[in-house]
Design a protein around this ligand. Structure first.
Ligand SMILES: [Zn+2]
Length: 348
């Protein structure tokens, strides 16, 4: 039964100013078990975790606090040991608490609510998580949240650099989708029509509304967070990260591997997407211009990386995930890599 595929989508997406106060009523409406474990790191506990615990307590829902120290197997196991029958998780984060909670929730089969405190990447509602296993960053099977509670007041207080990175992560879907369609033409890979269309749309909405997002207004955050959630849902529909992760993501992972101080995920994916769009023969300038409008990096200098590192990352990017067919299939020679980086002004 090749066609049998289960899509696990978030059941409720609650977005708006002050919606964090709605968590107790959401918990009741969903009929969740009695006790919560609130998962955060030190920073996100102060930003919103304490507020979540106070709100639950005031409504008579008991909760305990779990502080994540890293997105790794140790933390997942430590959290799993805390979760007993009849408990659910509320992950307040940042990437790390959400990644740890969604993997633990999957492995102990318990529901979890995702409360993003920043709009820095599109993993908010997806069923994959980035966890370090045996010293290596890997994509682990995880549980899609039963509800996403995106409080725009909380998110708008996060550092600008974080949400600008989220913008880059979603805009980079443009080239991920092209890579997927290329793989379909060349390798016969099956493409989810809805997954790819939704992913492409979430990127277009940002490209077309870059000024509004750049303004940092409530409307800008609404557009950005909606696009991040839609991008995440696109991956759940597709049952793979394909719609939101192509060669531009390999380039970013490649930088994570070789750069002494890598930039943020979405910042690197954005620059990667400029390069890959050029290689696809598409409109790379419109991606670069949208990134420029929000103040996202568009070259090696603004990524804080030296040019040799960027070229090296591009030359070796195809080694990151060789099974995933992309425009970089077989790799780019050094000369070609330098050439494309110069044309797209990623290096001078
Ligand atoms: Zn990404």
């Amino acid at each position: 039964m090749d066609d049998l595929k289960m899509m696990v989508l978030p059941r409720n997406i609650i977005m708006g100013s002050g919606v964090i106060d709605e968590i107790p009523s959401i918990v009741r409406a969903l009929g969740l078990p009695g006790q919560a474990v609130v998962v955060s790191d030190e920073g996100t506990f102060d930003a919103a975790g304490r507020m979540v615990m106070d709100g639950l307590g005031a409504s008579g829902i008991e909760s305990s606090r779990f502080i994540v120290t890293g997105a790794d197997r140790d933390n997942v196991e430590r959290l799993k040991a805390e979760v007993e029958r009849g408990m659910f998780l509320v992950a307040v984060g940042g990437g790390r608490p959400i990644d740890v909670a969604k993997v633990a929730a999957f492995e102990v089969d318990t529901p979890f609510i995702s409360v993003p405190t920043a709009a820095s990447h599109d993993g908010i509602a997806s069923d994959r998580a980035s966890i370090i296993e045996d010293g290596l960053k890997s994509s682990s099977a995880a549980r899609s949240p039963i509800a996403v509670v995106a409080d725009l007041d909380v998110i708008s207080r996060s550092p600008r650099r974080l949400w600008v990175s989220g913008f880059g992560d979603v805009v980079s879907n443009k080239t991920a989708v092209l890579d997927w369609r290329l793989a379909s033409r060349i390798r016969g890979e099956r493409v989810s029509y809805y997954g790819s269309a939704l992913s492409d749309l979430s990127a277009d909405v940002l490209v077309n509304n870059a000024e509004v997002v750049a303004s940092g207004t409530a409307e800008g955050f609404r557009i950005l967070v909606k696009s991040l959630v839609l991008s995440s849902v696109a991956m759940s529909i597709a049952g793979t990260s394909r719609p939101a992760s192509g060669a531009e993501h390999m380039f970013s992972h490649s930088l994570d591997r070789i750069a002494e101080r890598p930039a943020l995920h979405g910042e690197q994916c954005g620059v990667g997407s400029i390069i890959m769009m050029y290689l696809h023969g598409g409109d790379w300038e419109s991606i670069r211009d949208a990134l420029r409008i929000v103040g996202a990096p568009t070259d090696a200098v603004s990524l804080g990386l030296d040019e040799d590192t960027v070229v090296e990352a591009l030359v070796t990017a195809h080694e990151i995930n060789p099974e995933r067919y992309t425009i970089l299939n077989g790799g780019l020679g050094k000369k070609a890599a330098v050439n494309v980086c110069k044309i797209t002004q990623v290096i001078s």
